[in-house]
Design a protein around this ligand. Structure first.
Ligand code: ADP
Length: 495
Protein backbone atom coordinates (compact mmCIF):
# COMPACT_ATOMS: atom_id res chain seq x y z
CA UNK A 1 0.00 0.00 0.00
CA UNK A 2 1.19 3.51 -0.76
CA UNK A 3 0.34 5.87 2.12
CA UNK A 4 0.87 9.65 2.23
CA UNK A 5 0.46 11.27 5.63
CA UNK A 6 -0.27 14.98 5.31
CA UNK A 7 0.49 16.95 8.42
CA UNK A 8 1.67 20.29 9.72
CA UNK A 9 3.95 18.59 12.26
CA UNK A 10 6.28 15.60 12.38
CA UNK A 11 8.74 14.91 15.21
CA UNK A 12 11.63 15.47 15.48
CA UNK A 13 11.84 17.98 12.62
CA UNK A 14 8.70 20.03 13.27
CA UNK A 15 6.90 19.40 16.54
CA UNK A 16 4.58 21.59 18.57
CA UNK A 17 2.71 18.88 20.49
CA UNK A 18 1.20 15.42 20.23
CA UNK A 19 0.46 15.68 16.48
CA UNK A 20 4.21 15.65 15.80
CA UNK A 21 4.64 12.47 17.86
CA UNK A 22 1.58 10.90 16.21
CA UNK A 23 2.85 11.31 12.66
CA UNK A 24 6.38 10.16 13.46
CA UNK A 25 5.20 7.15 15.47
CA UNK A 26 2.47 5.92 13.14
CA UNK A 27 4.51 6.46 9.96
CA UNK A 28 7.49 4.56 11.38
CA UNK A 29 5.30 1.69 12.53
CA UNK A 30 3.63 1.45 9.11
CA UNK A 31 7.10 1.25 7.54
CA UNK A 32 7.84 -1.74 9.77
CA UNK A 33 4.76 -3.41 8.26
CA UNK A 34 6.40 -3.02 4.85
CA UNK A 35 4.08 -0.25 3.66
CA UNK A 36 5.36 2.57 1.46
CA UNK A 37 4.92 5.72 3.53
CA UNK A 38 5.73 9.35 2.88
CA UNK A 39 5.06 12.35 5.10
CA UNK A 40 4.03 15.61 3.41
CA UNK A 41 4.90 18.77 5.34
CA UNK A 42 5.40 22.52 4.84
CA UNK A 43 9.08 23.43 4.54
CA UNK A 44 9.18 25.70 7.62
CA UNK A 45 12.26 27.83 8.16
CA UNK A 46 12.30 26.40 11.71
CA UNK A 47 12.23 22.83 10.43
CA UNK A 48 15.17 20.90 11.90
CA UNK A 49 16.54 19.91 8.51
CA UNK A 50 19.77 18.45 9.93
CA UNK A 51 17.84 15.23 10.57
CA UNK A 52 16.94 14.86 6.87
CA UNK A 53 19.35 13.16 4.50
CA UNK A 54 19.70 13.56 0.77
CA UNK A 55 17.28 16.48 0.53
CA UNK A 56 16.75 17.37 -3.11
CA UNK A 57 14.23 19.11 -5.31
CA UNK A 58 11.84 16.87 -7.22
CA UNK A 59 10.18 17.84 -10.51
CA UNK A 60 9.40 21.33 -11.70
CA UNK A 61 7.87 23.77 -9.21
CA UNK A 62 4.13 23.33 -8.77
CA UNK A 63 1.82 26.12 -9.91
CA UNK A 64 -0.52 26.45 -6.93
CA UNK A 65 -3.83 28.36 -7.20
CA UNK A 66 -3.94 31.47 -5.02
CA UNK A 67 -7.04 33.61 -5.57
CA UNK A 68 -6.91 34.60 -9.24
CA UNK A 69 -3.21 33.85 -9.64
CA UNK A 70 -0.92 30.87 -9.34
CA UNK A 71 2.12 30.81 -7.05
CA UNK A 72 5.19 28.66 -7.58
CA UNK A 73 6.02 26.06 -4.97
CA UNK A 74 9.14 23.89 -4.95
CA UNK A 75 8.84 20.31 -3.76
CA UNK A 76 11.77 18.76 -1.91
CA UNK A 77 12.25 15.18 -0.87
CA UNK A 78 14.61 13.55 1.60
CA UNK A 79 14.92 10.74 4.12
CA UNK A 80 14.17 10.97 7.82
CA UNK A 81 15.47 7.64 9.08
CA UNK A 82 13.82 5.30 6.58
CA UNK A 83 10.87 7.63 6.10
CA UNK A 84 10.43 9.73 2.96
CA UNK A 85 9.67 13.36 3.73
CA UNK A 86 8.18 15.59 1.05
CA UNK A 87 8.48 19.30 1.83
CA UNK A 88 6.48 22.08 0.20
CA UNK A 89 8.41 25.30 -0.23
CA UNK A 90 6.47 28.25 -1.70
CA UNK A 91 8.51 30.71 -3.75
CA UNK A 92 6.28 33.73 -3.26
CA UNK A 93 6.56 37.03 -1.48
CA UNK A 94 4.12 35.77 1.19
CA UNK A 95 6.88 33.71 2.79
CA UNK A 96 4.14 31.44 4.19
CA UNK A 97 6.49 29.12 6.06
CA UNK A 98 9.34 31.52 6.84
CA UNK A 99 7.87 32.99 10.02
CA UNK A 100 10.28 31.62 12.64
CA UNK A 101 7.48 29.50 14.09
CA UNK A 102 5.01 26.85 13.03
CA UNK A 103 1.66 28.25 14.21
CA UNK A 104 0.25 31.43 15.61
CA UNK A 105 0.43 33.77 12.60
CA UNK A 106 -2.52 36.00 11.68
CA UNK A 107 -2.74 34.40 8.24
CA UNK A 108 -2.55 30.75 9.44
CA UNK A 109 -5.74 29.95 7.52
CA UNK A 110 -4.20 31.20 4.27
CA UNK A 111 -0.85 29.55 4.97
CA UNK A 112 -2.32 26.10 5.51
CA UNK A 113 -4.92 26.49 2.74
CA UNK A 114 -1.95 27.14 0.46
CA UNK A 115 -0.25 24.00 1.78
CA UNK A 116 -3.45 21.98 1.18
CA UNK A 117 -3.74 23.30 -2.33
CA UNK A 118 -0.06 22.55 -3.00
CA UNK A 119 -0.59 18.96 -1.84
CA UNK A 120 -3.44 18.63 -4.33
CA UNK A 121 -1.25 19.94 -7.17
CA UNK A 122 1.46 17.49 -6.09
CA UNK A 123 -1.02 14.61 -6.38
CA UNK A 124 -2.18 15.85 -9.78
CA UNK A 125 1.40 16.02 -11.06
CA UNK A 126 2.43 12.68 -9.58
CA UNK A 127 2.68 9.49 -11.57
CA UNK A 128 2.78 7.42 -8.32
CA UNK A 129 -0.29 8.52 -6.44
CA UNK A 130 -0.91 7.16 -2.96
CA UNK A 131 -3.69 4.69 -2.28
CA UNK A 132 -4.30 6.39 1.05
CA UNK A 133 -4.02 10.03 1.99
CA UNK A 134 -4.06 10.44 5.77
CA UNK A 135 -4.94 14.05 6.72
CA UNK A 136 -4.83 15.54 10.21
CA UNK A 137 -6.74 18.33 11.97
CA UNK A 138 -8.27 21.46 10.45
CA UNK A 139 -5.10 22.65 8.75
CA UNK A 140 -5.41 19.83 6.22
CA UNK A 141 -9.22 19.61 6.36
CA UNK A 142 -9.54 21.27 2.95
CA UNK A 143 -7.71 18.45 1.21
CA UNK A 144 -10.66 15.98 1.15
CA UNK A 145 -12.84 18.83 -0.12
CA UNK A 146 -10.37 19.68 -2.89
CA UNK A 147 -9.98 16.04 -3.82
CA UNK A 148 -13.71 15.57 -4.12
CA UNK A 149 -13.92 18.62 -6.38
CA UNK A 150 -11.56 17.01 -8.89
CA UNK A 151 -12.82 13.44 -8.72
CA UNK A 152 -13.58 13.45 -12.45
CA UNK A 153 -9.88 13.79 -13.26
CA UNK A 154 -8.26 10.46 -14.17
CA UNK A 155 -6.88 8.62 -11.14
CA UNK A 156 -7.85 11.22 -8.54
CA UNK A 157 -10.98 9.43 -7.36
CA UNK A 158 -8.93 6.31 -6.55
CA UNK A 159 -7.28 8.04 -3.60
CA UNK A 160 -8.99 7.22 -0.29
CA UNK A 161 -8.83 9.74 2.56
CA UNK A 162 -8.54 8.99 6.26
CA UNK A 163 -8.99 12.12 8.38
CA UNK A 164 -7.89 12.19 12.03
CA UNK A 165 -9.27 14.72 14.52
CA UNK A 166 -6.67 15.53 17.16
CA UNK A 167 -8.49 18.36 18.93
CA UNK A 168 -12.03 19.66 18.47
CA UNK A 169 -11.05 22.81 20.35
CA UNK A 170 -9.41 24.08 17.19
CA UNK A 171 -11.70 23.59 14.20
CA UNK A 172 -10.31 26.08 11.68
CA UNK A 173 -13.22 28.52 11.59
CA UNK A 174 -12.22 30.95 8.86
CA UNK A 175 -13.70 33.46 6.43
CA UNK A 176 -15.20 31.83 3.35
CA UNK A 177 -12.76 33.73 1.10
CA UNK A 178 -10.35 30.87 1.89
CA UNK A 179 -12.48 28.71 -0.40
CA UNK A 180 -12.00 31.24 -3.16
CA UNK A 181 -8.25 31.26 -2.47
CA UNK A 182 -7.98 27.57 -3.34
CA UNK A 183 -10.40 27.68 -6.29
CA UNK A 184 -13.46 26.17 -4.58
CA UNK A 185 -16.98 27.50 -4.96
CA UNK A 186 -18.24 29.10 -1.71
CA UNK A 187 -21.85 29.17 -2.93
CA UNK A 188 -22.14 25.38 -3.11
CA UNK A 189 -20.05 24.66 0.01
CA UNK A 190 -21.37 27.22 2.50
CA UNK A 191 -24.40 25.14 3.50
CA UNK A 192 -24.99 23.37 6.85
CA UNK A 193 -24.18 19.81 5.84
CA UNK A 194 -20.96 20.89 4.11
CA UNK A 195 -18.61 23.64 5.34
CA UNK A 196 -20.95 26.18 6.94
CA UNK A 197 -19.78 26.71 10.52
CA UNK A 198 -22.34 25.76 13.19
CA UNK A 199 -21.07 28.54 15.48
CA UNK A 200 -21.23 31.43 13.01
CA UNK A 201 -22.82 31.30 9.60
CA UNK A 202 -20.42 33.82 8.11
CA UNK A 203 -17.59 31.35 8.58
CA UNK A 204 -16.36 28.19 6.90
CA UNK A 205 -15.35 25.35 9.21
CA UNK A 206 -12.42 23.47 7.71
CA UNK A 207 -12.53 20.56 10.17
CA UNK A 208 -16.17 20.07 9.24
CA UNK A 209 -15.12 19.96 5.56
CA UNK A 210 -12.66 17.19 6.36
CA UNK A 211 -15.32 15.21 8.26
CA UNK A 212 -17.89 15.53 5.47
CA UNK A 213 -15.62 14.65 2.55
CA UNK A 214 -13.17 12.09 3.99
CA UNK A 215 -13.85 8.40 3.44
CA UNK A 216 -13.11 7.58 7.08
CA UNK A 217 -12.83 9.85 10.10
CA UNK A 218 -11.37 9.03 13.47
CA UNK A 219 -10.21 10.63 16.63
CA UNK A 220 -7.42 9.59 18.92
CA UNK A 221 -9.16 7.63 21.68
CA UNK A 222 -12.42 5.68 21.98
CA UNK A 223 -13.58 7.73 24.96
CA UNK A 224 -13.03 11.07 23.18
CA UNK A 225 -14.88 9.63 20.14
CA UNK A 226 -17.87 9.05 22.41
CA UNK A 227 -17.54 12.40 24.20
CA UNK A 228 -17.49 14.47 21.02
CA UNK A 229 -20.62 12.78 19.69
CA UNK A 230 -22.57 12.91 22.93
CA UNK A 231 -21.39 15.84 25.07
CA UNK A 232 -20.48 19.49 24.71
CA UNK A 233 -16.88 18.34 24.11
CA UNK A 234 -18.06 18.04 20.49
CA UNK A 235 -18.07 21.85 20.45
CA UNK A 236 -21.15 21.92 18.20
CA UNK A 237 -19.94 19.25 15.82
CA UNK A 238 -21.96 16.55 17.67
CA UNK A 239 -24.83 16.45 15.12
CA UNK A 240 -22.42 16.28 12.19
CA UNK A 241 -20.41 13.48 13.80
CA UNK A 242 -23.59 11.57 14.51
CA UNK A 243 -24.68 11.97 10.90
CA UNK A 244 -21.36 10.47 9.81
CA UNK A 245 -21.13 7.86 12.59
CA UNK A 246 -20.92 4.98 10.11
CA UNK A 247 -17.51 6.17 9.01
CA UNK A 248 -16.29 7.40 12.41
CA UNK A 249 -14.34 5.77 15.26
CA UNK A 250 -11.71 6.22 17.97
CA UNK A 251 -8.20 4.75 17.87
CA UNK A 252 -5.86 5.27 20.78
CA UNK A 253 -2.48 6.81 19.95
CA UNK A 254 0.69 4.86 20.59
CA UNK A 255 4.20 5.87 21.60
CA UNK A 256 7.23 5.45 19.38
CA UNK A 257 9.34 3.16 21.55
CA UNK A 258 12.51 4.17 19.72
CA UNK A 259 11.93 7.70 21.06
CA UNK A 260 10.08 7.24 24.35
CA UNK A 261 11.83 4.38 26.08
CA UNK A 262 13.88 4.75 29.29
CA UNK A 263 15.90 1.67 28.36
CA UNK A 264 17.47 3.39 25.33
CA UNK A 265 16.73 7.11 25.76
CA UNK A 266 19.85 9.14 24.94
CA UNK A 267 18.55 12.29 26.67
CA UNK A 268 18.81 10.76 30.15
CA UNK A 269 22.03 9.99 32.04
CA UNK A 270 21.13 6.47 33.20
CA UNK A 271 18.92 4.06 31.27
CA UNK A 272 16.56 1.81 33.20
CA UNK A 273 13.48 -0.37 32.83
CA UNK A 274 10.88 -2.12 34.97
CA UNK A 275 13.51 -4.63 36.09
CA UNK A 276 16.00 -1.94 37.12
CA UNK A 277 13.77 0.73 38.63
CA UNK A 278 16.25 1.77 41.37
CA UNK A 279 18.35 3.33 38.56
CA UNK A 280 15.63 5.93 38.16
CA UNK A 281 17.07 7.61 41.27
CA UNK A 282 20.18 8.68 39.32
CA UNK A 283 17.94 10.52 36.85
CA UNK A 284 16.12 12.18 39.75
CA UNK A 285 19.45 13.40 41.11
CA UNK A 286 20.48 14.72 37.68
CA UNK A 287 17.13 16.48 37.28
CA UNK A 288 17.48 18.18 40.65
CA UNK A 289 21.06 19.18 39.91
CA UNK A 290 20.16 20.50 36.44
CA UNK A 291 17.38 22.72 37.85
CA UNK A 292 19.13 23.57 41.13
CA UNK A 293 16.41 21.94 43.21
CA UNK A 294 17.25 20.86 46.71
CA UNK A 295 18.31 17.18 47.04
CA UNK A 296 15.75 15.81 49.53
CA UNK A 297 13.48 12.85 50.17
CA UNK A 298 10.46 14.77 48.87
CA UNK A 299 8.60 13.38 45.83
CA UNK A 300 8.78 15.38 42.60
CA UNK A 301 5.49 16.34 40.94
CA UNK A 302 5.91 17.29 37.28
CA UNK A 303 3.88 19.13 34.66
CA UNK A 304 4.99 18.95 31.01
CA UNK A 305 2.46 20.74 28.89
CA UNK A 306 1.37 23.28 26.38
CA UNK A 307 -0.09 25.98 28.60
CA UNK A 308 -3.51 26.13 27.04
CA UNK A 309 -6.90 26.52 28.76
CA UNK A 310 -7.66 22.95 27.64
CA UNK A 311 -4.96 21.72 30.02
CA UNK A 312 -6.77 23.09 33.11
CA UNK A 313 -4.53 26.06 33.93
CA UNK A 314 -6.25 26.95 37.22
CA UNK A 315 -5.90 23.36 38.34
CA UNK A 316 -2.25 23.23 37.29
CA UNK A 317 -1.59 26.31 39.42
CA UNK A 318 -3.58 24.86 42.31
CA UNK A 319 -1.73 21.54 42.00
CA UNK A 320 1.63 23.31 42.20
CA UNK A 321 0.65 25.16 45.37
CA UNK A 322 -0.92 22.08 46.93
CA UNK A 323 2.09 19.85 46.20
CA UNK A 324 4.44 22.41 47.78
CA UNK A 325 2.20 22.91 50.81
CA UNK A 326 2.01 19.15 51.37
CA UNK A 327 5.79 18.75 51.29
CA UNK A 328 6.52 17.88 47.67
CA UNK A 329 8.75 19.37 45.00
CA UNK A 330 7.39 20.70 41.72
CA UNK A 331 8.80 21.06 38.21
CA UNK A 332 6.78 22.61 35.41
CA UNK A 333 7.92 22.71 31.79
CA UNK A 334 5.35 24.61 29.78
CA UNK A 335 4.92 27.04 26.93
CA UNK A 336 2.18 29.12 25.41
CA UNK A 337 1.74 31.31 22.35
CA UNK A 338 -0.71 33.41 24.37
CA UNK A 339 0.91 36.45 26.01
CA UNK A 340 -1.66 36.59 28.83
CA UNK A 341 -1.08 32.96 29.80
CA UNK A 342 2.69 33.36 29.59
CA UNK A 343 2.51 36.46 31.81
CA UNK A 344 0.41 34.55 34.34
CA UNK A 345 2.98 31.77 34.67
CA UNK A 346 5.86 34.25 34.71
CA UNK A 347 4.10 35.87 37.67
CA UNK A 348 3.77 32.51 39.42
CA UNK A 349 7.43 31.75 38.72
CA UNK A 350 8.48 35.08 40.24
CA UNK A 351 6.29 34.45 43.29
CA UNK A 352 7.76 30.99 43.88
CA UNK A 353 11.33 31.76 42.84
CA UNK A 354 12.69 31.72 46.39
CA UNK A 355 11.47 28.15 46.99
CA UNK A 356 14.21 25.51 46.87
CA UNK A 357 11.48 23.01 45.94
CA UNK A 358 9.98 24.54 42.83
CA UNK A 359 11.12 25.29 39.29
CA UNK A 360 8.88 26.63 36.55
CA UNK A 361 10.58 26.46 33.16
CA UNK A 362 8.67 28.45 30.56
CA UNK A 363 9.60 27.29 27.09
CA UNK A 364 9.82 24.27 24.86
CA UNK A 365 12.72 21.92 25.60
CA UNK A 366 12.62 18.39 24.21
CA UNK A 367 15.73 17.15 26.07
CA UNK A 368 14.57 18.54 29.42
CA UNK A 369 11.14 16.94 28.90
CA UNK A 370 12.80 13.51 28.64
CA UNK A 371 14.78 14.10 31.84
CA UNK A 372 11.67 15.29 33.69
CA UNK A 373 9.74 12.13 32.76
CA UNK A 374 12.71 10.04 33.92
CA UNK A 375 13.45 11.94 37.13
CA UNK A 376 9.97 12.70 38.50
CA UNK A 377 7.70 10.68 40.75
CA UNK A 378 4.27 11.89 39.68
CA UNK A 379 2.88 13.93 36.80
CA UNK A 380 -0.20 16.16 36.98
CA UNK A 381 -2.58 16.26 34.00
CA UNK A 382 -5.80 17.99 35.12
CA UNK A 383 -7.11 18.62 31.58
CA UNK A 384 -10.60 19.99 30.99
CA UNK A 385 -10.66 17.74 27.94
CA UNK A 386 -7.98 15.51 26.42
CA UNK A 387 -8.39 13.81 23.02
CA UNK A 388 -5.70 11.22 23.82
CA UNK A 389 -2.84 12.73 25.77
CA UNK A 390 0.66 11.41 25.34
CA UNK A 391 2.24 12.81 28.47
CA UNK A 392 0.52 10.27 30.74
CA UNK A 393 1.67 7.43 28.47
CA UNK A 394 5.24 8.70 28.39
CA UNK A 395 5.24 9.26 32.16
CA UNK A 396 4.02 5.71 32.80
CA UNK A 397 6.65 4.30 30.49
CA UNK A 398 9.26 6.15 32.63
CA UNK A 399 7.84 4.94 35.97
CA UNK A 400 6.26 8.31 36.82
CA UNK A 401 2.76 7.93 38.21
CA UNK A 402 0.05 10.00 36.46
CA UNK A 403 -2.62 11.96 38.34
CA UNK A 404 -5.22 12.82 35.73
CA UNK A 405 -8.77 13.97 35.17
CA UNK A 406 -11.12 11.24 33.96
CA UNK A 407 -11.65 12.54 30.41
CA UNK A 408 -10.88 11.40 26.86
CA UNK A 409 -7.76 9.33 26.35
CA UNK A 410 -6.70 9.88 29.98
CA UNK A 411 -9.73 7.83 31.08
CA UNK A 412 -8.87 5.14 28.53
CA UNK A 413 -5.29 4.68 29.69
CA UNK A 414 -5.03 5.48 33.42
CA UNK A 415 -6.53 3.02 35.90
CA UNK A 416 -6.97 4.23 39.45
CA UNK A 417 -4.81 2.67 42.17
CA UNK A 418 -7.77 2.40 44.53
CA UNK A 419 -11.02 2.53 42.59
CA UNK A 420 -10.38 0.86 39.25
CA UNK A 421 -12.36 -2.25 38.40
CA UNK A 422 -9.21 -3.58 36.69
CA UNK A 423 -6.96 -6.13 38.30
CA UNK A 424 -4.18 -4.91 40.54
CA UNK A 425 -1.39 -5.55 37.97
CA UNK A 426 -2.75 -3.00 35.53
CA UNK A 427 -3.59 -0.20 37.95
CA UNK A 428 -1.18 2.60 37.19
CA UNK A 429 -2.26 6.00 38.50
CA UNK A 430 -4.91 8.28 39.98
CA UNK A 431 -8.08 9.76 38.52
CA UNK A 432 -10.47 12.48 39.60
CA UNK A 433 -13.73 13.70 38.08
CA UNK A 434 -14.59 17.23 39.18
CA UNK A 435 -12.46 19.93 37.54
CA UNK A 436 -12.17 21.72 40.88
CA UNK A 437 -9.41 22.20 43.46
CA UNK A 438 -11.20 19.70 45.71
CA UNK A 439 -11.37 17.16 42.89
CA UNK A 440 -7.66 17.47 42.14
CA UNK A 441 -6.72 17.36 45.81
CA UNK A 442 -8.72 14.17 46.30
CA UNK A 443 -6.43 12.39 43.84
CA UNK A 444 -3.19 14.13 44.84
CA UNK A 445 -3.69 13.43 48.52
CA UNK A 446 -4.29 9.73 47.85
CA UNK A 447 -1.11 9.59 45.76
CA UNK A 448 0.85 11.44 48.43
CA UNK A 449 -0.40 9.09 51.15
CA UNK A 450 0.54 6.00 49.20
CA UNK A 451 3.98 7.39 48.40
CA UNK A 452 4.54 8.22 52.08
CA UNK A 453 2.92 5.25 53.84
CA UNK A 454 3.10 2.35 51.39
CA UNK A 455 6.27 2.78 49.30
CA UNK A 456 6.24 -0.83 48.11
CA UNK A 457 2.74 -0.43 46.72
CA UNK A 458 3.69 2.90 45.14
CA UNK A 459 6.69 1.21 43.54
CA UNK A 460 4.38 -1.46 42.15
CA UNK A 461 2.19 1.24 40.58
CA UNK A 462 5.27 2.56 38.78
CA UNK A 463 6.17 -0.90 37.54
CA UNK A 464 2.60 -1.59 36.41
CA UNK A 465 2.73 1.60 34.35
CA UNK A 466 6.11 0.69 32.86
CA UNK A 467 4.87 -2.74 31.82
CA UNK A 468 1.84 -1.40 29.93
CA UNK A 469 1.90 -1.73 26.15
CA UNK A 470 1.58 1.80 24.74
CA UNK A 471 3.35 0.95 21.50
CA UNK A 472 2.05 1.70 18.02
CA UNK A 473 1.75 -2.01 17.19
CA UNK A 474 -1.95 -2.40 17.83
CA UNK A 475 -3.08 1.11 16.77
CA UNK A 476 -1.10 0.84 13.51
CA UNK A 477 -2.85 -2.45 12.82
CA UNK A 478 -6.20 -0.74 13.34
CA UNK A 479 -5.25 2.02 10.88
CA UNK A 480 -4.11 -0.61 8.37
CA UNK A 481 -7.45 -2.39 8.70
CA UNK A 482 -9.25 0.88 8.01
CA UNK A 483 -7.03 1.72 5.03
CA UNK A 484 -7.66 -1.75 3.55
CA UNK A 485 -11.37 -1.47 4.19
CA UNK A 486 -11.48 1.89 2.36
CA UNK A 487 -9.59 0.50 -0.62
CA UNK A 488 -11.83 -2.55 -0.76
CA UNK A 489 -15.06 -0.55 -0.59
CA UNK A 490 -13.77 1.71 -3.36
CA UNK A 491 -13.01 -1.32 -5.54
CA UNK A 492 -16.46 -2.77 -4.82
CA UNK A 493 -18.29 0.45 -5.63
CA UNK A 494 -16.30 0.84 -8.88
CA UNK A 495 -17.11 -2.67 -10.09
P1 ADP B 1 -0.98 18.17 23.08
O1 ADP B 1 -0.83 17.54 21.74
O2 ADP B 1 -2.37 18.59 23.41
O3 ADP B 1 0.00 19.28 23.32
P2 ADP B 1 -0.11 15.59 24.14
O4 ADP B 1 -0.10 15.08 25.53
O5 ADP B 1 -0.87 14.79 23.13
O6 ADP B 1 -0.65 17.08 24.21
O7 ADP B 1 1.39 15.70 23.58
C1 ADP B 1 2.30 16.57 24.13
C2 ADP B 1 3.68 16.31 23.55
O8 ADP B 1 4.41 17.54 23.59
C3 ADP B 1 4.48 15.33 24.38
O9 ADP B 1 5.46 14.70 23.55
C4 ADP B 1 5.17 16.25 25.40
O10 ADP B 1 6.36 15.66 25.95
C5 ADP B 1 5.48 17.44 24.53
N1 ADP B 1 5.59 18.71 25.26
C6 ADP B 1 4.58 19.42 25.82
N2 ADP B 1 5.04 20.55 26.37
C7 ADP B 1 6.38 20.55 26.16
C8 ADP B 1 7.43 21.47 26.49
N3 ADP B 1 7.18 22.61 27.14
N4 ADP B 1 8.69 21.17 26.11
C9 ADP B 1 8.94 20.00 25.45
N5 ADP B 1 7.99 19.10 25.10
C10 ADP B 1 6.72 19.38 25.45
Amino acid sequence: MRIAMVSTECAPIAKVGGLGDFVQGLARELLKHGERVEVLLPNYDVLEGQHIEDLHEIGAPLRVPFHDRRLDCRVLSGKLGGLTCVLFDPLSEHRFFARSRIYGERDDAQRFAFFSSAVLEYLRASDRRPDILHCNDWRTGLIPVLLQACEQEPGMSDIRVCYTLHNLGDQGRVGSDILHQVGLDPASLMVPDRLLDPHDERMANLMQGGIVYADFVNTVSPRYAWEIQNTTQGMRLQPLLKTHRNKFGGILNGLDDGVWNPEVDRHIPVNYGPGSLPLKAANRRELRARLALEETEKPIFAVVSRLDRQKGLDLIEHGIRYALAEGGQVILLGYSLDAVITARFEGLRAELSASPDCRLELGYDEALAHLIYAGSDMILIPSLYEPCGLTQLIAMKYGTVPIVRRVGGLADTVFDAHYSDKSFEVRNGYLFDDPTPAGLESAMSRAFDLWRCFPAYFRQLRVNGMRGDYSWRQPAQQYLDIYRHMILSRAQSAS
